[in-house]
Ligand binder design. Structure first.
Ligand SMILES: Cc1cc2nc3c(=O)[nH]c(=O)nc-3n(C[C@H](O)[C@H](O)[C@H](O)COP(=O)(O)O)c2cc1C
Length: 354
């Protein structure tokens, strides 16, 4: 059965214009990543996980995660924490910042998060998990989604027990990454569990894990009955994977295309994070963009060693002169920063953070 990935679907009253969702990824899902994802066919994009404790304490860096640009919608902002009341307050802030959906993280396997009782640990504490969903759904005037793993331990099927309860508590959609927390990212995502979950709940389910091609997306959608697939690692430095999945566009991008997308990504990230944070943050992206045989390996090493992002852009333009015109075209299509809802005016001014 061929599934049309360009078909829109709904999370309550929020229309999602394609059946591809860009995954939340800590240290990756900055605004530039999300906007690029929308341009390349993702119907829904998601922020990285945002600490509800950080929001509660008006931590300046945490508040920075709530910056939303006009061309990101529909956008989910993901929060994590273990206290229902604090999560509810975080949800209100996230909605005020412009999120169309509040996503709750019940999947993070990282010890720093699980030892606080948040993330994947909540899969083993269904009472608390349901209390969190209930509190967030009551506080938020937008749909609430939950992203979870299969369970903590290998072979766990706990997601099938807790999933329907989370829906009863108010979740309007569930995303399942069917690996255990213990597995981290090893082994394979077992989408037979996704198919079972789809049978158990009457809300749309999003399938996350190991979707890297159009063929895989089609097969996961057809065999699970999920409403959409979520794509994470395959999109790192590779937005072309998204258009291949959604539209079947074949072919590798040209060097000029790659250099142009990377230059726009660098500039937008500097605008969002500032030069100091962005220059460290961006280094991993150089490998992601320039790898896959697109540029010689020493070129990537050279970029990583440059001091400023300005020098990186100059070097990319020297190596790929045809990128200049593409950058101009791409930047002309982006909304004028002065025209965006916030960037500078929200949410720090609202919440007095920092
Ligand atoms: C670097 C990285 C960071 C991630 N951060 C988050 C996160 O903040 N919240 C979340 O729910 N999942 C997070 N994930 C999990 C992804 O959203 C996704 O479920 C997982 O990578 C499987 O999908 P993939 O095979 O398409 O990458 C992260 C994954 C990676 C690789």
């Amino acid at each position: 059965m061929q599934v049309d990935l360009r078909e829109s679907w709904w999370i309550r009253d929020v229309e999602i214009p394609s059946r591809l969702v860009l995954a939340p990824m800590a240290g990756v899902s900055v605004q530039a990543f999300r906007r690029q994802g929308r341009r390349y066919g993702a119907g829904l994009v998601c922020s990285e996980m945002v600490s509800c404790a950080g929001l509660e304490h008006r931590n300046e860096r945490t508040l920075g995660y709530l910056r939303v640009a006009r061309d990101e919608h529909p956008l989910a902002i993901q929060i994590f924490g273990s206290e229902p009341a604090v999560m509810a307050e975080a949800a209100r802030m996230v909605v005020a910042a412009g999120a169309d959906i509040v996503d709750i993280n019940f999947g993070c396997p990282v010890r720093k998060v699980t030892k606080t009782g948040a993330g994947a640990t909540l899969l083993e504490d269904p009472e608390r998990a349901c209390a969190i969903v209930d509190a967030v759904a009551t506080a938020a005037c937008v749909p609430v989604s939950v992203k979870m793993r299969r369970g903590l331990e290998n072979g766990s099927r706990v997601c099938l027990e807790i999933g329907p309860r989370l829906v009863d508590a108010g979740a309007a959609t569930l995303t399942l990454h069917p690996r255990s927390a213990r597995q981290m990212y090893t082994g394979e995502a077992d989408h037979s569990l996704t198919a079972e979950l789809v049978q158990l709940v009457d809300v749309p389910v999003i399938a996350s894990g190991d979707v890297t091609s159009r063929a895989r997306a089609q097969s996961v959608l057809a065999t699970t009955g999920a409403a959409a697939v979520m794509v994470g690692r395959a999109a790192q430095g590779n937005p072309w994977a998204l258009s291949e999945i959604v539209d079947g566009d074949a072919g590798e991008p040209s060097r000029d295309d790659v250099a142009a997308e990377l230059i726009v990504f660098v500039r937008e990230t500097v605008r969002e994070l500032g030069e100091h944070r962005a220059s460290g943050f961006l280094k991993k992206f150089y490998g992601w963009y320039l790898g896959r045989g697109r540029f010689p390996r020493p070129f990537k090493q050279e970029l990583v060693q440059l001091e400023s992002t300005e020098e990186v852009v100059t070097r990319l333009l020297a190596a790929s002169p045809g990128a200049a015109e593409l950058v101009e075209r791409l930047e002309a299509e982006l909304p004028d920063p002065a025209d965006e809802i916030l960037l500078d005016s929200m949410p720090i001014s609202i919440y007095g953070g920092g």
